[in-house]
Design a protein. Sequence first.
Length: 183
Amino acid sequence: MLIILDRDGVINAYEDGDYICRPEDWIPLPGSIEAIARLSRAGHKVAVATNQSGVGRGFYTEQTLAVMHDRLRELVQRSGGQIDHVAWCPHLPSEGCDCRKPGTGLLVQIRDALALDTLDGSWLVGDSRTDLEAGQKAGCQLALVRTGNGRNTEEGLKMAPLGTVDVFNSLSEFANAILQRTD
Ligand SMILES: [Mg+2]
Ligand SMILES: [Zn+2]
């Protein structure tokens, strides 16, 4: 199964409105790396889809972003798993690109990079409503984690529901549930 993860607030610590500008500010959440590695070792494909308008805003460069993503890949590899693709959108909201979530461009990029016919049934794991909206449009199953912006998003979903969304305390708990279902 393909599992698409948002990055900030799902894999690494994040507060709403923040930008992760320096590699040293990219700090994995407890258990997140191991969770990715466990999913990967169980045969799932794991990809990352992340909005990084900080590039477009000039807060950090694509090279800096690449350093963070190399570190992510390395940490997961050290735990015995792998990240199959990382897709990121550098654009500002005002640019009107189709990749910035809630657009589906990043998800389509992942589908094509992994040579899949469809995203139907894949999982989208996010901490923001925009993640879930993108996943919903692409036909993904939706999971919200309560890390990062997740608790605010959960509150928002009570006011304006968005179909079926499974809620987990963390990426680690999501991984536990997936691994139990498919064992
Ligand atoms: Mg996020
Ligand atoms: Zn974009």
